[in-house]
Design a protein around this ligand. Structure first.
Ligand SMILES: [Zn+2]
Ligand SMILES: [Zn+2]
Length: 566
């Protein structure tokens, strides 16, 4: 179709560049769009009170009619986590492998989304979406049923590796389809996008199987209860824990909502092989001897509400850590979670447990390709153009350098940012403008209603507390009728600081008198005068900067409100 070639192919990352999280990439040609992945990320420290972060999809809403579908590479949250929010704005068909859609199904139920078109596509199979033909290619990763993508477009083939590693001895026997990637390379790849997560690490990743061997060794010599924390979606890891339990005659209890869910879904879909009678309810482990028990739990990231943290805190309804328990943390902290993880490890030691984690013993392997695997992938694909993806800026930069060493011309590689419009023709690749992009913060049921100003306030409140100054003035004259009263939260304990509070009131009174003298009647100006005088007074006194909130109630002289703090 020669006429189709009049368009440029556009690649528009809406998430996942300059960050590890909320992956989402738009592939657009003329009036056709497919979306690769639809992820979320966890909030950063300064995003107080925020549950999750999703990409800004203004561009998708604007171009709703062009979207042919969402293609999912695998079931990790940074690839499927924002789907419920996106579907509420643009309801388009979704394509993914069986396990990916199984995990997604649960999430859609939680959000009460029923009218969704979910289409299973197995590795090796293709689907036509508008002018694109999308083919799934078997991958290895820290979740089963992960795929890379070959997208045939009118101007050439685009390959997206998805999150991948090369595991020659994976747990279910499905080795990454290197043959398919090589075949694409032979036919000619116009553009490749590849996982940059582990580009800093030399060599080749270890096989998932090495962790299983470690489990066998640990279980063999253990007489106490064993508690293993891992990612719920790491079904192969869970399988290996179960295998070791079965080998050493232990029963397995599953703890934590997402772990229970993942085990249920993957067992139903045939991704987890559990002999009958192996899994017992947590209530029933009391009846077993210590050396007959394994508990598989969530909480490998030290998440405060997770089952493991609650156990360590004596805050779990059914389970607690007891002296002698062996706890294995079979995961690495996601960057940013190091502190919470080490806090949990400390608590576990304090409870008298023994703890094994990656720094002590190899009880985890990564799911992301290291340098040798990245080189092999690019060597097989031999792409004309290259966009490193799934990484912070430094990862993308290093991946571009690695590609340059393999002969991919640096001017044919684009280090992109979220929102960039990257235009590709059969002869060129370049950035050309950008679209709206960014973080949408989800706090409970509110999506995007918490912005920078709200966050700044939360930060200020959390660090310095709040002082509320309440007073009432007479309507018309502005004369102070009652107050100022001072109420504080998270600042100082009022009853023990009566002097400071009294002095503060005096400061406010002086500021108000000044306003009267200068005939300042404007509420905002009065409020500003109160804030300024009080904040410099408090800073001078105790070197703190609480948030100050003046509340002025204007009343008729005969209806005085009660301003005292009850
Ligand atoms: Zn992943
Ligand atoms: Zn990922």
């Amino acid at each position: 179709m020669a006429t189709e070639k009049k368009h440029k192919l556009k690649i528009i990352p809406l998430g996942g560049l300059g960050e590890i999280g909320k992956n989402m990439t738009v592939v657009e040609y003329g009036s056709n769009i497919v979306i690769i992945d639809c992820g979320m990320s966890f909030p950063e420290d300064e995003m107080l009170g925020i549950d999750i972060v999703i990409p800004d999809i203004t561009y998708l809403i604007k171009n709703k009619d062009k979207i042919k579908g969402i293609i999912l590479t695998h079931g990790h949250e940074d690839h499927i986590g924002s789907i419920p929010y996106v579907l509420k704005k643009v309801n388009v068909p979704i394509y993914g492998t069986k396990l990916t859609l199984g995990l997604l199904g649960n999430k859609l139920l939680e959000h009460k989304l029923e009218d969704v078109s979910l289409n299973i596509l197995n590795a090796g199979k293709s689907v036509n979406l508008g002018c694109f033909k999308v083919t799934f290619i078997r991958n290895n990763h820290s979740i089963p049923d992960a795929v890379g993508l070959a997208i045939d477009t009118p101007i050439g083939t685009v390959v997206h590796t998805g999150d991948f590693k090369i595991d020659f001895t994976p747990i279910n026997g499905d080795v990454i389809d290197l043959d398919a990637f090589a075949e694409l390379g032979r036919k000619g790849v116009l553009l490749a996008m590849s996982d940059s997560t582990n580009v800093e690490r030399p060599g080749h990743t270890d096989s998932e199987r090495t962790v299983g061997a470690k489990f066998m060794e640990i279980f063999k010599n253990c007489e106490s209860r064993i508690i293993v924390a891992s990612f719920a979606s790491n079904v192969h890891r869970v399988q290996q824990i179960i295998n070791a339990a079965v080998a050493y005659n232990r029963k397995v209890a599953i703890s934590g909502k997402s772990m229970i869910n993942a085990v249920k879904v993957s067992q139903e879909l045939g991704y987890l092989d559990v002999p009958d009678g192996t899994i017992v309810h947590v209530n029933d482990i009391r009846k077993l001897k210590d050396n007959e028990v394994v508990i598989i739990t969530t909480g490998s990231q030290g998440e405060p509400m997770s089952a493991l943290t609650r156990m360590a805190n004596n805050d779990h309804k059914k389970l607690e850590i007891k002296r002698g328990d062996l706890v294995i943390i079979s995961a690495n902290p996601i960057p940013g979670n190091e502190k919470t993880v080490s806090r949990v490890i400390n608590m576990l030691y304090e409870k008298g447990a023994d703890v094994l984690y990656d720094a002590l013993m190899q009880v985890h392997v990564t799911g992301h390709a290291k340098q040798d695997e990245l080189k092999l992938m690019l060597t097989l694909l031999k792409p004309k153009f290259f966009i490193p993806v799934h990484g912070e800026y430094r990862h993308l930069m290093l991946h571009a350098k690695l590609a340059a060493n393999l002969g991919i011309d640096e001017k044919n590689t684009i280090i992109g940012k979220n929102g960039d419009v990257i235009e590709v023709t059969s002869k060129s690749i370049m950035k050309n403008g950008n679209v709206t992009s960014g973080n949408i913060l989800v706090d409970g049921l509110g999506v995007g209603d918490v912005g920078n100003i709200v966050l700044r306030d939360r930060k200020l409140l959390s660090e310095n507390g709040l002082i509320i100054v309440v007073l009432s003035t007479e309507r018309g004259t502005g004369k102070v009728l009652a107050g100022p009263e001072i109420v504080s939260r998270g600042f100082i304990y009022v009853r023990e600081n009566i002097d400071l509070i009294e002095e503060s009131k005096a400061v406010v009174r002086r500021a108000l008198n000044k306003c009267q003298e200068t005939n300042t009647r404007e509420w905002n100006n009065i409020k500003m005068a109160i804030k300024d005088s009080l904040s410099s007074f408090i800073y001078e006194k105790i070197k703190r900067n609480p948030m100050i909130l003046p509340i002025i109630v204007e009343v008729n002289n005969n209806e005085l409100p009660d301003l005292t703090d009850k």
